[in-house]
Write a protein that binds this ligand. Structure first.
Ligand SMILES: Cc1cc2nc3c(=O)[nH]c(=O)nc-3n(C[C@H](O)[C@H](O)[C@H](O)COP(=O)(O)OP(=O)(O)OC[C@H]3O[C@@H](n4cnc5c(N)ncnc54)[C@H](O)[C@@H]3O)c2cc1C
Length: 415
């Protein structure tokens, strides 16, 4: 069996062919909250959306949030999710002090950094394979209001991105959209966004969009699958050009509501349908930073040469916090790409990207993966064996499995 939250992981992490998916969404109670410290004790099916609805009016925010609010606390810990504030605050697990886990023996084990610390560490980013998280203590961040003081800067190429990124360490949240079909001098151009929760005296004006959020959520929906030809190299190139040009040269400063800042995709229900029936694949990598960032350039070069552009691409520098085991973030630069499913040519491209990433000492995010090979995975996550030893100790009968775990050799005895 396998815990399944809101199913927002992109690949096979929350799937179990022929097994039982344990739907955790009804574990939705908030058990305790201390407004003095921000510690929330909640069940694992409580979603980030639930936390926002309950706590933003009370002056608190999730400590870390991915690019969608439709994820559960259990899923956030299972994938050890990161957000725009990784360089300051690390991952979800860095704000969790205690976990209640239903283990394979049927026993509920409370684990933290002192009590069963190995089990706690293996559960962080453990992709559901150590048991079913029932509840956790997570520390919320105090805020004054729902606004984000945001600056957006047009960056002209990859060097410019790193320059702006280096100047942005005082901002708690940073991320950049990147035009990954642009070649030559403009390779790596994009729009860099940096922000922080607004001060008490910084209150924005509710835009028509923000008002709409309150009455309809999500605001729009893609009603049918788009035709397969909709997203092709030419249309992606056109979109990227227009998006880049729409932003004036230089910098814009605004007070933005947190919803469009953190969750732009959540406004469009079933946004994945724009890829058509063939669907799409995500590829998120991290590589250590180097003086010339040659691996990153090699990745962008391979993509532009392939003619398979990524429709949505974001780049961000991670901070130094790394949680080991199967947790994805490590010091370096992360690039997240969405490719329409071009079939075998895309899988071939991804293998070429894997080779660059492994060579550079990097890895791909398991929460967004559906195809990396066992051998490549082992080179990307050298701690896998130690992680598996803990998992096997707690689950010798292999009660908890997933398609991802089987593919990567994490739940079986055989090498
Ligand atoms: C639009 C979009 C943007 C995203 N942006 C980001 C981002 O910025 N950063 C980032 O890190 N991720 C990002 N993600 C990925 C997403 O945050 C993670 O995959 C997250 O884990 C999904 O949560 P979920 O509740 O849907 O979990 P699921 O997808 O259902 O499960 C994910 C994994 O967690 C395990 N799991 C779930 N619940 C439990 C439980 N109770 N006990 C034990 N294990 C459990 C599952 O077994 C599975 O292995 C994004 C996804 C989308 C769709």
């Amino acid at each position: 069996m396998l815990a399944h939250g809101l199913g927002r992981s992109y690949g096979d992490a929350a799937l179990i062919d022929g097994g039982k998916a344990v739907l955790t969404r009804r574990l939705d109670r908030m058990l305790d909250f201390d407004p003095e410290t921000g510690w929330l004790r909640c069940e694992a099916g409580v979603s980030i959306e639930d936390i926002l609805e309950t706590f933003v009016p009370r002056g608190f925010f999730p400590p870390v949030t991915p690019g969608t609010k439709f994820v559960t606390a259990g899923g956030a810990l299972g994938c050890d999710v990161h957000g725009k504030n990784h360089h300051v605050d690390g991952c979800w697990s860095n704000h969790v002090r205690r976990v209640e886990l239903l283990t394979a023996s049927g026993e509920v084990v409370t684990c933290d950094r002192e009590q069963e610390p190995e089990l706690f560490a293996a559960t962080v980013g453990g992709m559901g394979m150590t048991g079913i998280i029932l509840a956790m203590d997570v520390k919320l961040t105090p805020i004054h209001n729902p606004w984000i003081a945001m600056e957006s800067i047009r960056v002209e190429n990859l060097d410019h991105f790193f320059e702006v990124s280096a100047q942005s360490s005082s901002f708690t949240h940073t991320v950049s959209w990147i035009d990954c079909v642009k070649r030559g001098k403009g390779m790596g151009r994009g729009i860099f966004m940096r922000g922080r929760h607004a001060n008490a005296d910084e209150v924005g004006h509710a835009s028509a969009l923000t008002k709409l959020i309150e009455v309809a959520d999500p605001v729009m929906a893609v009603p049918v699958n788009g035709p397969n030809w909709l997203l092709n190299n030419a249309s992606i190139r056109l979109f990227n050009e227009a998006y880049f040009r729409k932003h004036p040269k230089g910098q814009k400063n605004v007070l933005q509501h947190f919803e469009p800042f953190f969750y732009p995709l959540d406004f469009v229900r079933d946004w994945n349908r724009i890829y058509g029936k063939r669907g799409f694949l995500q590829y998120q990598l991290v590589v250590p930073k180097t003086s010339d960032n040659a691996p990153l350039r090699a990745v962008l070069d391979a993509i532009t040469k392939s003619g398979m552009g990524s429709f949505l691409a974001v780049i961000k520098e991670f901070g130094d916090l790394s949680n080991g085991g199967l947790s994805f973030p490590m010091p370096g630069v992360t690039l997240a790409l969405d490719f329409a499913n071009y079939g075998q040519p895309l899988l071939d491209l991804m293998e070429r990207l894997d080779a660059i990433v492994v060579e550079a000492g990097g890895r791909v995010y398991l929460g967004k993966d559906a195809r990396v090979s066992r051998a490549t995975f082992r080179r990307m996550y050298p701690e896998w064996e130690a992680w598996k030893a803990v998992r096997d100790k707690w689950d010798p009968q292999r009660v908890f499995q997933s398609d991802l775990g089987r593919r990567l050799g994490l739940v079986g005895g055989a090498a």
